[in-house]
Design a protein around this ligand. Sequence first.
Ligand code: ADP
Ligand code: ASP
Ligand code: MG
Length: 450
Amino acid sequence: MSSFNVAKFGGTSVANFEAMSRCAVIIENNPNTKLVVSSACSGVTNLLVELANGVSDEQMRTELLQKLANIHDAILAELKDATETANEVYKILDTVTSLAEAASIQSSHKLTDHLVACGELISTHILAQLLRERGINAVRFDIRQVLRTDDNFGKAEPDVPQTAQLAEALLLPLCRDHVVVTQGFIGSDEHGNTTTLGRGGSDYSAALIAEAVKAEGLEIWTDVPGIYTTDPRIAEKAAPIAEISFSEASEMANFGAKILHPSTLVPALRHDIPVFVGSSKEPEKGGTWIRHQVQSSPLFRALALRCNQTMVTLRSDKMFHAYGFLAKVFEILAKHKVSVDLITTSEISVSLTLDQTDTSGGAPQLPIAAREELEQLCTVEIEQNLCLVALIGNNMSESRGYAKQVFGTLEDMNLRMICFGASPHNLCFLVHESVSRQAIQKLHKELFEA
Ligand code: ADP
Ligand code: ASP
Ligand code: MG
């Protein structure tokens, strides 16, 4: 096992010169940090996604491109010697301009990935130069040479063995004498096309890279000092958790706690790499350690909220006492590459939610062809504007009495699709978007603030 650490910095951590300088201090303070994974500067990916969706109004497109340039110019202006870096940045911004024009004529998932990847390609040029100017022997590395994925643009899946092989050949030797600064979020398929791992994917990248180089530790530096009992932007009294197990943190990430991309802990768990989550603004505040073994396993650990849920209800009298109905439904969904998240059934109906969204954002949609095929079998109802509330904890399926407390707290709310029992770590349900934050606030008060 190599003795070094991988540090990932999110968008707000590299938002501007001051923020990047704080990252530099964190890197300087840990000589084991040999690999730095960076997101795009805050706000940049959103602008790129907007352009990738196709902006046909030329003036609007120019305005968006100007905003992008401004964000990066402001940081370049603070560097001591920006000439070379600015050249690189402007080359990429030129690519953004042509791709945005192409997207305004016809957008595609492949083009979107090529375009949105530019945010990380730029930020890493700037961060590497900033580190060099502080005397760190930093080098920028294009992770597309190493992070091999399939060609599922917008939500690509990594090829783990190939990534490990390429990392060993190309990345590890560089880390011996340098601090290597590389991109989160992006990779490339076997033909060299740029791919992305989905929004928020830099956490996942960092974990995949840590796994590939067999790192000793992974640090996720963000804008909050650790993982909280719920999103502190929703519940004022949310409190940081000092230590949490991989299973609990994975459930949180899966159920929408934005602090970690849902797949982040999969590679870390495979290689038992401890993960630290802390704030690059206030590193002195400490943070959360995610570990295999933890001291305590409380019944209630945290609450997570995931909005933009699409619920599909399939109803058919033929389902009554029949066999093979669900198999047919899932065959159709699989054929159209529709991934299902939650599921509940009754005698003549089944409700399911569609799996979360890719880089282009928004609520997941049931493809028209899949809907048409399902309609041959049953009626299809689609509901949106729903959010998934998840209560995460331990031994939940073996504990008694708390359902009354949970549902009693929410007695004036209409709860949909309650899922419980498959995992000892969660209880979850859907509520209408308009009451979702209130549901979290009420539950947090009842279960975590007592
Ligand atoms: P980064 O750009 O660093 O990846 P993100 O915005 O993706 O940062 O994630 C950090 C944000 O996640 C926090 O600002 C917070 O609002 C949100 N968040 C959601 N759930 C939690 C939680 N349980 N604990 C801490 N932060 C959370
Ligand atoms: N820049 C990408 C995003 O905003 C990836 C990340 O920050 O994790 O989604
Ligand atoms: Mg994030």
